[in-house]
Design a protein around this ligand. Sequence first.
Ligand SMILES: C[S@@+](CC[C@H](N)C(=O)[O-])C[C@H]1O[C@@H](n2cnc3c(N)ncnc32)[C@H](O)[C@@H]1O
Length: 290
Amino acid sequence: MNLLDITTRVVPPVAWAEGENIPWSDPDFSRRMLAEHLNQEHNLASRRGEIVDRQVQWIHNEVLGGRPTRILDLACGPGLYTSRLAGLGHECVGIDYAPAAIQYALETASREGLACSYRLGDVRETGYSGGYGLVMLLYGQLNVFRRSEARAIVERAFSALVPGGLLLLEPQRFATVEEGGRAGSSWYSRGESGGLFSDRPHLCLSEHFWDGESRSATQRFFIVDAGNGQVTRCAMTTEAYSDDQFRELLTRAGFRDLRFFPSLVGTEVDEASQAANLVVLGRRGTQCTP
Ligand SMILES: C[S@@+](CC[C@H](N)C(=O)[O-])C[C@H]1O[C@@H](n2cnc3c(N)ncnc32)[C@H](O)[C@@H]1O
């Protein structure tokens, strides 16, 4: 793409038409994103360690009742939850398609001798076996899949759970997705040291759109290389769900005993990265049929 293509872009964009997500699985992007995951100054890609510590304690004590459990973390990133949960006696498997994040998770597990294994793969396609007591999908990731994909992920999680096993979702609240979609446009520049989207000097132009009819927000980025003017585009759509729609999603997959919590520490919290999401917990019944 070139600069002219920006001026002739479709406004508003059609949901999903211009891309699925930011390029998490691209090796260079993943390397740069890992630094953001681990950055303790913000909560952009993962929360800061002290927040993850509290959330993991809640999962261990309140969700799992302290019982050692086989845990599958879908879209696990650099394994910040799995490594801590393994340290508390659980056996963890993480799947993510970001190579640098998985490499970091593997190195942590090896260095600390943790009962964690990791797979580099797309959670929509990667096969996984059953026998889990807990499957989780955290930090708003459910919403970044098409509704049909989210349904398939929830159904596969159901199949991977032992009877009585739990699905722990931390999706974005409806209002979070809508507010994000109404955030307008912004831009920033990065110099010689580069930034998240490029190692080279560049401009990042970003715009957000809310589509009330499809109840989705689309964010579009144009990355303009400052040296040669070449433009790279990426876009992602985030689906908004009401509480009733979460209920229907899990119930149709066979989950029972649904419980909603205001955050991953079980209570209302002011801190923005936690307050943006809610927590939905469902149980696979002890009967094997949904
Ligand atoms: C916001 S980060 C959260 C990571 C981790 N759950 C945490 O809270 O630290 C989102 C993660 O989802 C992963 N992801 C997004 N879509 C994915 C997909 N289709 N398959 C596998 N991983 C995916 C990204 O690579 C990234 O690591």
